[in-house]
Unconditional design. Sequence first.
Length: 70
Amino acid sequence: MGKVMNPLDALYAILEVGRATGDPQRFVIAYRSESCLREMFVASCIVVTGYHSWEEAARACEVPALSRAA
């Protein structure tokens, strides 16, 4: 079993996934290493990385015109 991540070490990213019906769904995920994040998820679903708090990332999820990370 994996080690539990210390929230103080975490960064947060916004991911977006398509749905068969309706608008895409956005959600926040914690990560330690951006390279690991990019290995686990298709680049096209990563909207933005580098938030220092879950709350900040969750607020940004609500912004419809949020541009995608390169």
